[in-house]
Design a protein around this ligand. Structure first.
Ligand code: DC
Length: 259
């Protein structure tokens, strides 16, 4: 029997299946350090009128508190106890996120090498991750966000509307970090060799990728974007195209969304 549906000419032709327009999207940007996540996330947030939330800054803020309290970053019970009396919040601004730790703005302290290293160490503990993930889910619950991290598309928002996994060769990421350091803090950069920055970045990568709980990896449905041979402008343009395609709207359509 022929099961093919035959259109009844007395009925109007149905419109082609319309793609739903997503109004308050969650965009997950994951990947290792130095792949360009922050630049891409900041640009997408500005371009599409969304909030940019940097989850790495939350791990950094907690590491800062633990280091300031002279805790060993291996003392799990003490770290867990500390987390119970810690409040961390992100305030998105045009220039990036302001990070408040127990009500104080600690943004300027979060890029120090000891804090960078410490964040990677405290983030291996499941109890600390569970606390952070719950906070991040609360922050993004209403949608309308670009959330950047290591486990956003896999754990924090596995049903994110768009998932991009940004990667690049370790040497390229290390050199980008070295150049950033030179711009932010020329004195420290003058004392550091580029090879050292690449070595530290690889060590952090190893920890992030090989931890038992929520290791850094691409979600199965993430779009992979390798920035090794691209300029940041090119990466940003590609990320923008991916989001436009997935969401079914671009900033020009904001009035249609009631923005
Ligand atoms: O993105 P970042 O360099 O600021 O992150 C600092 C550390 O925090 C990073 O080494 C791994 C950890 N991190 C994480 O485990 N999960 C996230 N969602 C974000 C960061």
């Amino acid at each position: 029997m022929n099961t093919e549906t035959i259109h009844d000419p007395s009925q109007p032709v149905p419109p082609p299946a319309a793609r739903p327009v997503i109004l308050s999207p969650i965009i997950a940007i994951d990947g290792p350090a130095g792949a360009g996540k922050s630049t891409v996330a900041r640009h997408l947030a500005r371009h599409f009128g969304l909030l940019n939330l940097e989850t790495g800054a939350m791990y950094r803020a907690f590491a800062l508190k633990a280091l300031s309290a002279n805790l060993s970053l291996q003392d799990i019970p003490a770290l867990v106890e500390l987390s119970h009396r810690t409040s961390i919040s992100l305030v998105p601004t045009d220039a990036g996120n302001l990070v408040f730790l127990d009500g104080a703005d600690v943004t300027s302290q979060l890029r120090e090498p000891a804090v960078t290293d410490g964040a990677s160490r405290v983030s291996v503990y499941p109890q600390i991750r569970a606390w952070m993930v719950a906070l991040q889910q609360e922050l993004g619950a209403q949608g309308g966000v670009v959330m950047e991290g290591r486990d956003i598309g896999t754990v924090v928002f596995p049903h994110a509307d768009v998932k991009i996994f940004l990667d690049a060769a370790p040497e390229v990421r290390g050199l980008r970090r070295y150049e950033q350091l030179g711009q932010l803090d020329p004195e420290t950069a003058a004392e550091v060799q580029p090879e050292e920055v690449v070595r530290e970045l690889r060590a952090r990568d190893d920890r992030d990728r090989n931890r038992a709980d929520s290791p850094l990896k691409a979600a199965e449905d993430a779009v992979l974007l390798d920035s090794t041979k691209l300029t940041l402008e090119e990466v940003v343009a590609q990320a923008e195209a991916i989001v436009t395609e997935k969401l079914g709207w671009s900033p020009a359509q904001e009035s249609d969304r009631g923005c």
